[in-house]
Ligand binder design. Structure first.
Ligand code: ZN
Length: 176
C-alpha cells in the first residue's frame, strides 16, 4: 500500500542541496519502488503535476512527471505518471516561453517562469531502462521545474520578483 509522504517547504535545507545519483543496482528494490509509489500518491493527493525526491526529504536524483488537469492546473495535456531517474537534459530549444508555475513546497505563491519550449532528455525508468525522449510545452516545463529541484533550485530563483502573485490572484488571472 502506498502512502502519502510529508512535503518539505521552502526554508528546509534539502531543497537547496544537490541530490545524489540513484544507484542503478538498487532501482528494482522494494524500498526504491515503494518510494516511487509513495511519491506518485503524494503528487496525486496534493493535485501536483510533478514532485521531486528532495521535496519528500530524499536527496536522490528522482522525480515524478505527471501532466494532468486538476484543481491547480487546468487544460493541460495528459502524460504520466512517469518516474524519472538520474535525468539529463541533452539539448534545449532556443525558444523560451513564460508561464505561471507553482510548487508544492512553496504553497500560496505563483510566478511567471521562463523555460525552454522543448527539450531532449534522457533518464532511467523505474524498470531500469534508459530512455531518450523529446518534451514540449507543459510537460517540458514540468521536467525543467523538477530537474531544478535535483540541483537545489526552486522556481522563485528564475522568476522576476515583479512576476510573483498569490494563489488567489493567480486564480483571478486564470479567469480573465
Ligand atoms: Zn516544485
Amino acid at each position: 500500500m502506498s502512502k502519502k509522504l510529508k512535503i518539505v517547504e521552502l526554508g528546509d535545507k534539502i531543497l537547496r542541496t544537490k541530490a545524489k545519483a540513484v544507484s542503478v543496482k538498487g532501482i528494482k528494490s522494494k524500498k526504491f519502488q515503494g518510494l516511487i509509489d509513495n511519491m506518485i500518491k503524494t503528487c496525486d493527493l496534493n493535485d501536483g503535476v510533478g514532485i521531486a525526491a528532495p521535496q519528500v526529504n530524499e536527496g536522490l536524483r528522482l522525480f515524478i512527471l505527471w501532466s494532468k488537469s486538476n484543481k491547480r492546473y487546468k487544460k493541460v495535456p495528459s502524460l504520466g505518471p512517469i518516474a524519472i531517474i538520474n535525468p539529463r537534459i541533452v539539448s534545449s530549444s532556443k525558444k523560451i516561453t513564460k508561464a505561471y508555475e507553482g510548487c508544492l513546497s512553496i504553497p500560496g505563491i505563483r510566478g511567471l517562469v521562463p523555460r525552454h519550449k522543448s527539450i531532449d532528455v534522457e533518464f532511467i525508468t523505474r524498470e531500469g531502462e534508459e530512455l531518450q525522449i523529446t518534451l514540449e510545452d507543459f510537460p517540458a516545463r514540468i521536467f525543467q521545474h523538477e530537474y531544478d529541484h535535483l540541483n537545489g533550485i526552486v522556481f522563485l530563483d528564475r522568476t522576476d520578483p515583479k512576476d510573483l502573485v498569490t494563489e488567489k490572484e493567480y486564480q483571478r488571472i486564470l479567469k480573465m
